[in-house]
Design a protein around this ligand. Structure first.
Ligand code: NAD
Ligand code: UFG
Length: 336
């Protein structure tokens, strides 16, 4: 298929571009580099061993989007482009609503005009409200506690309504906690600031860019008192998108689908796995709980298995080994 990938220079988008090309799809990538670098696109091309058209542009620019849609005939759009920092979304909510919802609406309009009827959307486990029992099925109660989460839930709503009106096929992919990197170590996660997320914080501590990890709370009702999450290898997640694209080609309507492993890992278990796979000791202290954090969050991934025929294959050890390989080969990310 011919696929438009928005945000393809970013962490998940870059890995997905590699898997789409490996699966025989033709891609066109757009990104405005507000949270990524051109080097990521070059590296995707070198891993995949093939070239593809790239446009540096804001997805909200309807005129430019229209030109891209006229130059190429697309069968499907995968929409990664979006802002993702929970803390920044609380401080700058309009920036988040404008970018995340504005880009989705601009795409819907352009797709409708150009007869593109398949949409794969980057949603998040953050759309599930607190108080659900684990594991989370797609039917669990929805609700958010920050503007970032609301942008995802609102986009899910917009796409659901649009799909019904236009007879589209839409996959709302609710990611759990993507970590790790491509096995080549050429592409990976490259936070532009001090990382908010656990694994980049661990690996930047291990490489010496940060002094020590702060473990946010050790008094939760979990295996060792620290928070439990469903970490998924970013390459497994990328393959989940390839499966979703295949599903959309054969069905119409909307499906919300969890992309997770169904397994929970605590903060200290992840630290231990990272130390084992890297051979480096990770200094940490115990800090107060972080506001808004759940004790435990993991997926029921059975719908993805049933309808996409996809399930995650890689272990937490694989995730740590690949994250470390990326960090070791690129201590400053793409900046060198
Ligand atoms: P990322 O920041 O690495 O990638 C997003 C990309 O989109 C970046 O390259 C950025 O420059 C680009 N972008 C943002 N706004 C744009 C715009 N208006 N026009 C053009 N390009 C734009 O983030 P990621 O981790 O790869 O996440 C991809 C998507 O998945 C995001 O929508 C994010 O909200 C969602 N998601 C991520 C996680 C996670 O833990 N990483 C979890 C759940 C959902
Ligand atoms: N943690 C630490 N120290 C850190 C960072 C995180 O102890 O420096 C802990 C957290 O308290 C949590 C676990 O590590 O228990 C994972 O935290 P992350 O920030 O890596 O991931 P979250 O599950 O909190 O957040 C992710 C996405 C968000 C999304 C949220 C809800 O990054 O975008 O899931 O689905 F909103």
């Amino acid at each position: 298929m011919n696929i438009l990938v928005t945000g393809g220079a970013g962490y998940i988008g870059s890995h997905t571009c590699v898997e789409l090309i490996n699966s025989g799809h033709e891609i066109v990538v757009v990104d405005n580099f507000c949270n990524s670098r051109p080097e990521a696109v070059s590296r995707v091309k070198s891993i995949a061993g093939s070239d593809f058209p790239f446009y540096e542009m804001d997805v909200r620019d309807e005129e430019q989007l229209g030109r891209v849609m006229e130059e190429h005939r697309f069968d499907c759009v995968i929409h990664f482009a979006g802002l993702k920092s929970v803390g920044e979304s609380v401080a700058k909510p309009i920036k988040y609503y404008d970018n995340n919802i504005g880009s989705t609406i601009a795409l819907c309009k352009a797709m409708s005009k150009h007869g593109v009827a398949r949409f794969v959307f980057s949603s998040s486990a953050t759309v599930y409200s607190g108080g659900n029992v684990m594991p989370l099925t797609e039917d669990a109660a929805l609700g958010c506690i920050n503007p970032y989460g609301w942008t995802k839930l609102m986009c899910e709503r917009i796409l659901t309504d649009f799909a019904a009106a236009e007879d589209w096929s839409v996959a709302l992919l609710r990611y759990f906690n993507p970590i790790g990197a491509h096995e080549s170590g050429l592409i990976g996660e490259d936070p532009s600031d001090i990382p908010n997320n656990l694994l980049p914080y661990i690996s930047q501590t291990a490489i010496g860019r940060l002094d020590k990890l702060h473990v946010f709370g050790d008094d939760y009702d979990t295996v060792d008192g620290t928070g439990v999450r469903d970490y998924i290898h970013v390459v497994d997640l990328a393959k989940g998108h390839v499966a979703a694209v295949g599903y959309c080609a054969e069905h119409t309507g909307v499906e919300a689908v969890n992309l997770g492993t169904g397994r929970g890992t605590s903060v200290l278990q992840l630290v231990a796995a990272f130390e084992r796979m890297s051979g480096v000791k990770v200094a940490y202290d115990i800090a107060p709980r972080r506001a808004g954090d759940l004790a435990i969050c993991y997926a029921d991934p059975s719908r993805a298995q049933r309808i996409f025929g996809w399930s995650a294959e890689k272990s937490v050890d694989d995730m740590c080994a690949d994250a470390w390989s990326w960090q070791r080969q690129n201590p400053m990310g793409y900046r060198e």
